[in-house]
Write a protein that binds this ligand. Structure first.
Ligand code: SF4
Ligand code: FES
Length: 356
């Protein structure tokens, strides 16, 4: 098989963030500024990424706008011919900041919103943020950039799926990502209050079908389904170490944003060695590449090339073994853990958890 080449790099510039969403997948607890890569280190990382074949870079966080050197990084990426996207919570995206980013060559902006209206959205974010997000979205359209709106769906907001589509259409968003929460980090700690019911998921999926018919593709609606409810695992990352990688704020290079929590993975940083060395030769990237690492039942399953055995981080978080079949799969010997979590959440009271 030909060696995989990465197409995308997620550049997590910082884990600092002004919001406190209870489903955040970043490490729980305060995120220090000390230890973040410098602009010069990021520029060198971008050079190496381009040499490796990367075509797109997503500047993300935490909140990437907390880095004042963001325009310099965007400009550097553009000189390399990379497509640049900003993934932001929209706080601090003022006309001054956006015009500097546009002058630097920014191609695309993705803004997260927490709900369809201010009161519940601000309750989820843990501070008044919604109105600034809407103003930021309007500004992005004013500057003529493509706009994606991203919403993490969970029990407290999923009933307003139709209203979220209306919001995105009203803002002129080109794309709307409705992504059911993934249960790592704070989201796993708060899973009991975040997991929706089967009935909520069915209603949300019906709302998406109706909205697609009503809006005819603008915004383009991408619905990322929940993987706890129907026994089907997600094809996480399109396979480990196959298309993309993440560089964490301190320079750790990871096959996915959540992989830092898997112990003994042999993670290297861009300070230690080159991206090419990490991508092609490191233990971290080779451990779960392809299908040879798979245990039964994946090993003899006809779906193993399609779903790649599900998610390694979820397998680790739920079973303590990153090489286990993802418990979201109905064939996993650990599937009972997922079913029990769904039943347990159904019995739990609602309420909004915050990032811990
Ligand atoms: Fe996928 Fe493994 Fe389940 Fe088969 S057994 S469906 S490969 S997770
Ligand atoms: Fe890490 Fe799925 S989130 S492999």
């Amino acid at each position: 098989m030909a060696e995989p080449r990465p197409l995308g790099m997620l550049a997590e510039l910082t884990h600092r963030c002004p919001l406190r969403c209870g489903y955040c997948s970043n490490p729980a607890g305060p995120a220090p500024r000390a230890g973040e890569l410098t602009a010069a280190q990021w520029c060198r990382t971008l050079d190496e990424a381009r040499e490796l074949g990367v075509l797109q870079v997503h500047f993300s966080g935490g909140e990437p706008l907390l880095r004042r050197d963001l325009p310099r990084l965007v400009a550097h990426a553009r000189t390399l011919g990379l497509y640049t996207a900003l993934v932001t919570g929209g706080q601090g995206l003022t006309p001054v900041r956006l015009s500097a980013l546009v002058a630097a060559g920014l191609d695309h902006v993705q803004i997260s919103v927490q709900d369809a209206t201010a009161a519940p959205a601000d309750a989820i974010a843990g501070r008044p943020a919604h109105r600034r997000k809407l103003a930021a979205a309007a500004l992005v359209k004013e500057y003529g950039l493509p706009l994606t709106l991203n919403v993490v769906l969970h029990r407290a907001n999923i009933d307003r799926t139709a209203a979220l589509v209306d919001l995105a259409a009203g803002l002129g968003a080109d794309r709307l990502e409705l992504a059911n929460a993934q249960y790592y980090g704070s989201a796993l700690l708060n899973r009991r209050s975040l997991l929706p019911t089967r009935e909520q998921l069915d209603a949300a999926e019906a709302a998406v079908r109706a909205a697609r018919a009503r809006y005819g593709g603008r915004p383009d609606i991408v619905y990322v389904r929940a993987d706890y409810h129907d026994g089907v695992p997600k094809p996480c990352m399109h396979g480990w170490g196959s298309r993309q990688f993440t560089v964490a704020p301190g320079g750790e290079v990871l096959p996915c944003p959540a992989a830092a929590r898997i112990p003994g993975l042999g993670v290297h940083t861009v300070r230690d060695t080159s991206l090419a060395d990490i991508w092609y030769r490191s233990e971290a990237f080779n451990r779960f590449r392809g299908t040879d690492w798979m245990p039964e039942p994946c090993r003899s399953c006809p779906l193993k090339e399609k779903d790649h055995g599900g998610c390694r981080c979820q397998a680790f978080e739920l079973t303590g073994d990153a090489a286990a079949t993802d418990p979201a799969c109905r064939l996993s010997p650990h599937h009972g853990l997922v079913r029990a979590a769904v039943d347990d959440a159904r019995a739990a009271p609602g309420g909004l958890p915050y990032r811990r």
